[in-house]
Design a binder for this molecule. Structure first.
Ligand code: SF4
Length: 285
């Protein structure tokens, strides 16, 4: 008999909150029942997994570069056409040239804070600070297609990352919380290097986001019924299709005309594998 309650101290992330928002049943299967996804040996899935592995290596290369490893030493890691193109785009991106000159940068940083009896956590690709002036959250994306900014603005990642930096980032700012107006989240798309998506922040947005996140976590923790999504197109790229009788064959990435569908497919498969909570250093408030 499966228990349908969250363990006390469960750690929420943008991924689990996005899963719940996309499909409550996916949240149940992935985080409450902790089901591993069935191995689906179809070509689109393998292609998607390959791209994700390369995306993870790209993140590591950028992180190593930002903490001081010379680009020449890292370039030899870019063995595939995708990686090599992303790396070249990164090294040549005029929009990223000033990053290393910022006085304070933090790569692959975890922030976490309690929310009721639970926790909320985010892992940041890069936080770059101009003390007393601006604080930038950078996130690297290796999507095939660049999603619309309106879509990205509404994603849990955009809302969680900015709100959590205000809520839990004081240690990065001399013990004082960052004013929301100083914060900006920037997505850099490795295949669209000059088309950054920028999301400034303000106090009203922060209050709205923080209230909404608290409300969502409270709603999930009180839920006992996790229905299947009514938007069946979301099932096409969900690894739990066979559990829900929503088809056994993965959707083909190339068949997804819509930029956001491709981005969703990428994120949905990645979710759940991105954090190892036991092995990461945390800054906690
Ligand atoms: S297959 Fe569809 S209904 Fe089932 S968990 Fe995935 S998105 Fe939800």
């Amino acid at each position: 008999m499966v228990s349908l309650s969250l363990p006390s101290g469960f750690t929420f992330s943008q991924s689990s909150l996005q899963d719940y928002s996309d499909c409550p049943r996916r949240f149940q299967l992935r985080y409450m029942e902790q089901l591993r996804w069935p191995a689906v040996e179809t070509e689109p899935v393998l292609e998607n997994e390959r791209r994700q592995r390369e995306g993870q290596l790209f993140h590591l290369m950028v992180q190593q570069h930002l903490i001081g490893l010379p680009s020449e030493k890292l370039t030899s890691l870019a063995k595939s056409p995708d990686l090599s193109r992303w790396w070249e785009n990164y090294l040549n991106a005029r929009e990223l040239k000033d990053l290393k000159d910022l006085r304070s940068i933090h790569t692959e940083l975890i922030l976490t804070t309690p929310v009721g009896t639970f926790r909320l956590l985010a892992k940041y690709d890069l936080i770059a600070i101009k003390p007393g002036d601006r604080t930038f959250i950078y996130d690297w994306k290796t999507y095939r297609k660049r999603p619309r900014d309106e879509w990205t603005a509404a994603r849990m990642q955009t809302r969680v990352y900015r709100a959590l930096l205000v809520q839990a980032g004081a240690a990065l700012n001399g013990g004082i919380s960052f004013p929301p107006e100083q914060i900006e989240m920037i997505y850099w798309y490795a295949d669209y290097p000059s088309e950054l998506a920028r999301f400034p922040y303000n106090t009203n947005q922060y209050k709205r986001d923080w209230d909404a996140l608290n409300g969502l976590i409270s709603e999930i923790s009180n839920h006992r019924h996790f229905p299947l999504t009514e938007e069946e197109k979301k099932c096409a790229y969900c690894p739990y299709r066979s559990y829900c009788n929503r088809g056994g064959k993965a959707g083909a990435l190339d068949d997804m005309a819509d930029e956001e569908d491709q981005a969703l497919a990428h994120e949905t498969a990645l979710t759940g594998s991105e954090f190892n909570f036991e092995q990461i250093a945390e800054i906690e408030f």
